[in-house]
Every structure is written in structure tokens, then in C-alpha cells.
Unconditional design. Sequence first.
Length: 280
Amino acid sequence: MRILHRFCIFNNKVDKEMIKFLNKHNIKMDYTKDFNVFEPFEDSDNFYEIKNFLASYKIYNHSANVRLIYTKEEIEAAEWLTISLSWYNGYAQPQDGWGYIHTTYDSSKMCDKCYAGLVQKDSFALKKPPKWGQRNFFYVYGAYEIFISNRVKSVFMDNNVTDVEYYDVIKYSKARNIIDDTKQIYVKTYLQPGLKDESIYEVFTCVKCGAVKYDIKKNYFYYDKKVFDGITADIVKTSESYGVEGSKGTNLIFVSQRLRKILIDNKLDKGVYFAPIQLV
């Protein structure tokens, strides 16, 4: 495993001293753009020298800009993995005032402080259909749900991927036409609580309803292996909610090694990232 940091350097912060430093460390800048992205590994020889220098300009690598890069061996050895996607196809609709929270979900029992208590009751609506190209998965902003092409659905069904339902996705208009070749995966199996303390960075408890959200450290995801006993599904959701204070919590999605291999064997993994879960 290697730790990759992402720094965003705005051109209006660059002076002669910074240019000299960047050139010394072979960091290339495109001064025709407003900002440049630089992504060094933490184990690079000059990482902390660069980090400290940029900090003197108030340029920091926040935790949200840290990624873990796992080896092929680490990923293949895991029984269960987290899954994440690189492509966002717009916002859930209606977007204004987060209106989708009340149309897509039953919000009658929602806490208006932390958004806990939402239960999906209707299809997601999108402004436009996805332009799939070589991709087959996407998110929408505002909801941690997975949307797939019909090709993925067909492969899942052919390989007996169970405990999922496939919901239609609607074009946002009065007609509410179904968008062709797009489905939402609805995951039916929820794990029992199993998050280990080693993974917890901070715990947020809603002052109004008492709901708990977890902010996770940027390292291996440690989980109690006992909660996977008897699980026959290849895709599951956590019962714990994840997020930061003031945000809508998210139940994370885990997939089995079998499902990962199905996606790879069928060349459906473009823009899909897996990270191993440590079962303890």
C-alpha cells in the first residue's frame, strides 16, 4: 500500500521563490491554467520537504485529498472490498434545495438536523441520460447509490449475483420517461455493525436525534469478520453511516472478491476502484 497526496497549486500564489523550488523538484506547472494538481507519494524521498514548503504558502493536503494505492496482491487477497466509482453523472433531481430528498425518499421520519431516517420510495430522476462510452457505472451527486448499464445487469443475472434489485431511473420532466440502459442497484442485504476502532477517525452524534456518523481514517478498513458469517450475497451495505458533521450520512457498499473478478473478467471495471477490507 502507498499513500498518494493531492496538492492544488493556484497560479496566483506562485512567486519566483516557488518557481525556483518547483523547478528544483521537477514539478511542472501549466501557467495557462488557473491551478495545477500535483500528486506525490508519501514515501517519496522529498515528500516532507515539498509538503512543508507548500504549507508556508498555506497550501495543504487535506484528508479528503489523500488516496491509498494498494498492490495487486493486497487487493486479490481480500475476501471483501470497498467499491468506489470515478464518474458522477450530474445531480439527483430536483436539485434545487436538495428537493430529491423529499421526492425520491420518504422524508416523513427524517431528522432535519442530520438527515437520518430517509427511506427510498421512488426512482431517482436525472436531467440527462448517461453517455456510457466504455464505462458502465456512475454515481450522482448527493446520493451514494450505484447506477449501472444494462450490460452490468445482464452479467449480474448471468452470474447469479443475488440480493439486489434493479430500479428504473427517470428523466426529470413532467412525462417522467424511463431512461433506457440505466438502472439503480438497490442493495437488500445490510451487515450487522462491525466497524473496528482502528478505522475510526472521528465520531459525530446528532444533537437532535442521536444518530451516529463515522469519519474514517485513510488506511485499511478494519471490520469484524464475524458479521460476514452466513452472508451469501456478493454485494452488501453497512448498517453504520459514514460522513462528516453536517452532511447526509452514507451507508457504504462492500463487494465480494467473486464479484470483483466477475467485473474484471467481463471488462466492466473501467472507472471502478476496489480497496481491501481487513477482517479481524
